[in-house]
Design a protein around this ligand. Structure first.
Ligand SMILES: Cc1cc2nc3c(=O)[nH]c(=O)nc-3n(C[C@H](O)[C@H](O)[C@H](O)COP(=O)(O)O)c2cc1C
Length: 252
């Protein structure tokens, strides 16, 4: 075990005492700095894939919430059956879908977020989705589209390596990687931002677990990964945006 003093220092991260140390009259929001974009910008003309919209999904049946909660389990064995694009669209919407734009810097989504700051971007390591080239994509929640990011021959191998050799990432149809853009939360909460970002992440992944139960898919949260390798796989800078939490998904 680490030194008790070191443990005590790290435990402090779990406490909300940090809030009392923030001068909320001096946050970027209070100083009138415009809010950061809701969604990370992308180049005009970038390759995008439209997704079936809520209400247009085929093959998604309504299931009882109690059944979904009762059945939920972390599942690490996936069948070779591909995920349908409709199913992927459903999972993306249930985890980060935008329901209502309130103003330039705020939108209500299907998950809660401290101060409605929604500091995550959703990347997908898509390996087995019908009709979708195996590649890394980013979900565009405002457009409800996928943005093609990049691909490479050994994508599955690199994804497994970046997940600390957790092999089931290689047999998953898709692995969700939620990156965080901390400034979106810091703009409002300064150094009290980071604790609530991690709380937000739990809400997102829980929706994924439950939504997977509705489509005969399994999900496994992944908190253990190689930070630098994952950031480099996604092509994010590791400072202003970096991987925060993962979850693999596949048919069971
Ligand atoms: C924050 C978090 C991180 C996790 N990280 C991993 C992981 O890296 N690898 C893994 O196989 N499972 C991971 N899990 C899944 C847990 O092992 C699993 O939830 C736990 O064993 C209980 O099983 P259940 O989810 O089926 O109830 C993680 C779960 C959570 C909530």
């Amino acid at each position: 075990m680490s030194d008790p003093d070191v443990l005590a220092r790290y435990r402090d991260f779990l406490k909300d005492s940090v809030r009392l140390t923030v001068d909320f009259s001096q946050t970027a929001q209070s100083r009138g700095v415009p809010p950061p974009p809701i969604e990370k910008p992308f180049a005009p003309g970038a390759r995008r894939v439209p997704l079936p919209r809520p209400g247009q999904w085929k093959g998604i049946t309504r299931i009882d919430l109690l059944d979904a909660i009762e059945r939920r389990r972390s599942r690490r064995r996936y069948s070779p059956t591909p995920l349908e694009l409709d199913e992927l669209a459903f999972l993306l919407w249930t985890t980060q879908g935008v329901q209502k734009r309130l103003d330039r810097g705020t939108a209500l989504r299907t998950v809660p977020s401290a101060g409605c700051r929604h500091a995550f971007e959703t990347y997908l390591v898509a390996l087995n989705v019908r009709g979708l080239e195996a590649a890394i994509y980013r979900y565009l929640p405002l457009e409800h589209e996928l943005l093609f990011e990049r691909t490479e021959a050994a994508l599955a191998t690199h994804a497994v390596a970046a997940a600390h050799a957790q092999g089931f990432v290689g047999s998953a149809a898709v692995t969700f990687v939620w990156t965080v853009i901390p400034y979106r939360m810091e703009w409002r909460y300064d150094i009290a931002a980071h604790r609530v970002i991690l709380m937000d992440a739990g809400h997102v992944c829980q929706n994924l677990y439950l939504a997977c139960e509705a489509i005969g898919a399994g999900c496994c949260a992944i908190g253990a990964f190689h930070q630098e390798a994952m950031d480099s796989l996604l092509g994010v800078d590791g400072q202003d945006e970096f991987a925060c939490y993962l979850a693999s998904v596949g048919k069971v």
